[in-house]
Design a protein around this ligand. Structure first.
Ligand SMILES: Nc1ncnc2c1ncn2[C@@H]1O[C@H](COP(=O)(O)OP(=O)(O)OP(=O)(O)O)[C@@H](O)[C@H]1O
Ligand SMILES: [Mg+2]
Length: 302
C-alpha cells in the first residue's frame, strides 16, 4: 500500500487540489488491495491446478503401470497356455500307451514295445521340461576352458552317421587344435546340436542335401557357422525364429533357437541368420572370447 504522503505527482491538477489528491491515493490503495486479493486468489488457483496436475500425472503413471502389468500377465497367460499345450501332447500319448499295457492277454513282445513307447514319450516330456527351465532361467551356469576342435569333432561324430544315412553331405571345417574357449561346453554343444538338427530337417527329402560347419576365430569373437542348402525361410518365419514355441514342425517344440540365442548371449555373443525360400540358410552363432583366456593362461603358467 502506498503511503498518503507519497511525493509522486498523479496529475498536474491533482497536485493543486489536496482533496482530489487524497481521493486519488484512496482509489489507488483500494485498487492495489483488490489487486493483491486477486493475486492471492490466483496463487491459490495455481496451487490447486498444480495439485490437480500432479494427481493427474500420478493417475497417468498408475494407469501406465497397470497397462504394463496387464501386458505382462497376458504374455504369461499365453506362455502358460503354450506350455500346457506342449506338455499335454506327450503326456496324453504316454497315458494312452500306459493304458494299453492293461489290455488282457497282451503278448510279451507287444508289452515290451508299448512300454518302450511309454518311456520314450515320458523322456520327451522330461527333455521338454529341461529345455523350458533352461530357457526360463535364461542363464548358463558353469564355465570351463575347452578345445573347440574337440567340441566340433564330437558334433561331427554324432551327426556324420545321421547325415550319411539320409544321403546328406556333411562337411566340417575343423579349427586349429590349440583354439580354446572358456564357457559352458554342454550348453554350447546343445545350441550347435539344434542348429545341425534344424539343418538336417531343412534338407530332408532333397537328393543333394549339403550341410557345412565352419569355425572362424577373431580377436574378440569365435563364430560357428552352420550352412544348409535346404528349403530356406520366408522373411515372416525369419522374423519369428527366436520366439519361444515358434515352430513349423509337427514334432518341434520351437524352443531350440530361443535357447541357442540365450546361450550365445550368455557367452557375450548372439545369432545371425541369412535365409531365403529355396536358397538354404546360414546361421552364425558368435561367442565372445572374453577376458578369461589371459586369466587362464596366467593360471596355467603359475
Ligand atoms: N535351417 C533351417 N532351415 C529352414 N527353417 C529353419 C531352419 N532352422 C530353423 N528353421 C525354422 O525355425 C523354426 C524354429 O526352430 P527351433 O529350432 O527354434 O524349433 P524347432 O526345430 O521347430 O523345434 P525344437 O525345439 O525341437 O528345436 C523351425 O520349426 C523351422 O521352421
Ligand atoms: Mg530346432
Amino acid at each position: 500500500m502506498l503511503p498518503m504522503n507519497s511525493s509522486a505527482p498523479v496529475s498536474a491538477d491533482a497536485t493543486l487540489d489536496p482533496a482530489r489528491l487524497a481521493e486519488a491515493f484512496r482509489l489507488f490503495n483500494q485498487v492495489s488491495e483488490e489487486l493483491s486479493a486477486a493475486y492471492g486468489a490466483l496463487e491459490k488457483q495455481v496451487e490447486r491446478l498444480t495439485a490437480e496436475l500432479a494427481a493427474a500425472n500420478a493417475e497417468t503413471q498408475r494407469l501406465r503401470e497397470q497397462a504394463e502389468r496387464n501386458a505382462r500377465l497376458a504374455a504369461m497367460g499365453e506362455m502358460a497356455a503354450q506350455l500346457a499345450h506342449q506338455l499335454r501332447t506327450p503326456l496324453a500319448a504316454a497315458l494312452l500307451y500306459a493304458g494299453n499295457l492293461e489290455t488282457p492277454g497282451l503278448s510279451e513282445a507287444s508289452r515290451i514295445a508299448i512300454a518302450g513307447k511309454t518311456v520314450e514319450r515320458l523322456k520327451h516330456l522330461e527333455r521338454l521340461i529341461q529345455d523350458m527351465l533352461l530357457f526360463a532361467r535364461g542363464e548358463v551356469l558353469g564355465r570351463e576352458t575347452f578345445g573347440i576342435a574337440d567340441l566340433i569333432g564330437e558334433l561331427a561324430h554324432t551327426f556324420e552317421p545321421l547325415a550319411h544315412s539320409r544321403g546328406v553331405a556333411l562337411t566340417v571345417n575343423a579349427p586349429p587344435p590349440e583354439l580354446t574357449l572358456t564357457g559352458n561346453r554342454k550348453a554350447l554343444a546343445g545350441a550347435l546340436t539344434n542348429l545341425l538338427e534344424n539343418a538336417l530337417h531343412a534338407v530332408a527329402g532333397r537328393p543333394d542335401g549339403k550341410i557345412a560347419v565352419a569355425v572362424e576365430a577373431g580377436d574378440e569373437r569365435i563364430t560357428f557357422t552352420v550352412t544348409d542348402n535346404g528349403r530356406g525361410m520366408p522373411p515372416e518365419v525369419v522374423a519369428r525364429l527366436f520366439e519361444p514355441f515358434f515352430t513349423t514342425r509337427a514334432d518341434g517344440t520351437g524352443l531350440g533357437l530361443a535357447i541357442a540365442r540365450g546361450v550365445a548371449r550368455a557367452h557375450g555373443g548372439g545369432i545371425e541368420v541369412d535365409s531365403a525360400p529355396g536358397q538354404g540358410s546360414t546361421f552364425r552363432l558368435a561367442v565372445g572370447r572374453g577376458p578369461s583366456d589371459a586369466a587362464d593362461e596366467m593360471e596355467q603358467n603359475r
